[in-house]
Design a binder for this molecule. Sequence first.
Ligand code: ADP
Length: 729
Amino acid sequence: MANSDELARERRARLAAERLLEMKQAELSDANRKLAAHARNLSEEIVEKREETAVLRQQTETVRHELETAKGAVLIAERRLWDSVETIQDGFAVFDADSTMIAANRAYLAPFEGLDSVGPGIRDEELLRIAAEEGVVDTDGAGRDDWVEDMMWRWRAPTIHPRVIRFWNGTFVRLVDRRTEGGDTVSLALNITAQIRYEARLKAARKTAEAASRAKSAFLANMSHEIRTPMNGIVGMAQLLDDSALDEEQRLYVETIRSSGEALLVLINDVLDYSKIEAERLTLHPEEFDLEQAVYEVATLLRPSVGTKPLTMLIDYDMFMPTRFVGDPGRVRQVLTNLVGNAVKFTESGHVLVRVSSLPDSAAGRQRVHVTVEDTGIGIAPDKRDHIFGEFNQVEDDRNRTFEGTGLGLAITKRLVEMMGGEIWVESEVGTGSSFGFFLTLELAVHAASPPPAAPGWLNRVLLADPLAAGRDILRRQLLAQKVAASGFGSADELRAAGPGAGDVVLLDAALSGSGPGPGDVAAALRADGFAGPIFVLSATPVRTGAEVTAVLHTPLRRHDVLRAIAAAPPRAPGAAPAEANARPGPRRRMRVLAAEDNRTNRLVFSKLVKSADIDLQFAENGREAVEAYRAAPPDLVFMDISMPEVDGKEATRRIRVVEADQGLPRVPVVAMTAHALAGDEDDILAAGLDHYLTKPLKKATILHHVAAACPAECLPPLPEDAPEAAGA
Ligand code: ADP
């Protein structure tokens, strides 16, 4: 038993051991399996990592390569940039915010060659100091310290302005410096030596050209002088011939000689003026003058060129505007003469109206004077309007090919207006008319004109009869400004229909009658109707009137002419004999005129020219005699030749002015007569104390105009009312 038990127990133990073994073996194989799986994983990971490392290594290699390529490119770019910067002839440098030079090309440093301290690292101030002290730059007369100080001041300014400097070797550079956003300053030194030399050559060439132009201008002036002298003889003698007994054919020949001579003179004057303007030798001579008087004189002097055309010349000078200004009256008159002359030339019928108004300028004591010259003539086509102010430009077509002219008038006018600080323009409609306007800025004269005459107490209403509405309108406004009412009528019948009590004064325009009854007849009819007040006839040309007419007033009228005439007339003049508008009581003497002229022929011409004037004419044969004659009996007007033996006209005038001042005599108007037209002559003549300047050949109308203008109140009127000269012919 014991053995069997033993055996059983052993078998059981063996079985248990076998099971344990099996179990352990199973565990072991499981562990082995796990280990194998882990090992497999690990080796897979290792493979992966190895691959990644290879990729990374590859990438690093690529980046390194790219970096090297980029570095190479930067070096190439930098080298190219500096090669370019070095290639340019101009200097180039960069300074940092601290004004220390970071880099500069050879051209920039070239002027400092041999000065080792000049190069990158140097501060701007030090560079400037070396430039001044070592004589690298020409400081243009400034002290070295001042120059450096000035350049430093420039360098520190927020915006650095370009500056031209000159180096010791004659090189000119323009320094152009610019601050960058980063605070650096880029400095360019542009070599402008060639440009400066070219400018110098141009200047020299211009000087030569100007000298040639001056020579040309002097030649033209001399030539015009040479032409004028014989023309004096031709035109003067033609005028004298015209006054003598001639048959019709002879008169036609003489007229042709005279008008051709005058046309030639206009041409010579235009060419002379234009050549002076071109050579910039035309200077203005400002003095106090009366603008209204100038407009009036121009209109009056141009009146004869209207001839027989049914054309009325009107002046509308603003009632509230001053008349005395400082300017060059001769040139203002020339501008007006050109514009009014053209208006008359290109207008067959209707009116030519000169309007003058002004506004205070922004500068105290100055006025912006506007003048328009309006006509009802042929007009100018729009495409031609811009050209007419150019030289030798005429609107050439069938309509005005017949008109004479050089085509220089408006070119000269434009230049003159611009010289006087103004502008000129034109508005026009073909077939309707043109309006030329210009403005000038003129200083007001110290001496204002005398105040307008007061309207007499008995005057309430003026009756105006004028077929031209523009004329009625101007007169009505002028009277209204003096607080006098006016009624306008377009015809004599309308006026008469108003009745004899409608007003106190009648103004009858001579154009009213047309081919009907004359103004004398209308006046007689008004008297017959019972009108007893003054009747004035307004006329541009001499008219015959009857005893019913108080006076004839010559048109164009100045602002106060009508009121002045009314004030001088008796309020009631039933059937009174015609009286002068400016009639004054008391005996009156003849006007005394002194003419100084050394040439016998010219004295003869002069005496014939004033033959029609009722004056006491006295001649002096030189300046000395003129002064003696003046001392013996001061005349009312002096005509003074300029070049005379012993004492010339300028000196004689100076002496007369001294006598006047010493003896407290009124200033006698002295009119220069000269054949000289050289630049500067006019200055000298006017500076010597002469008032007006006439160039020979003298014109009868101009002489008589000066005589009439200078006639003092106490003298008999020098020109008979029905003489053609009275209208300024
Ligand atoms: P011109 O000596 O020919 O008159 P301007 O320079 O004075 O020369 O004028 C140039 C041209 O302008 C004239 O020829 C004319 O054709 C034109 N013109 C000037 N003024 C007028 C005007 N008031 N009406 C019509 N045309 C005019």
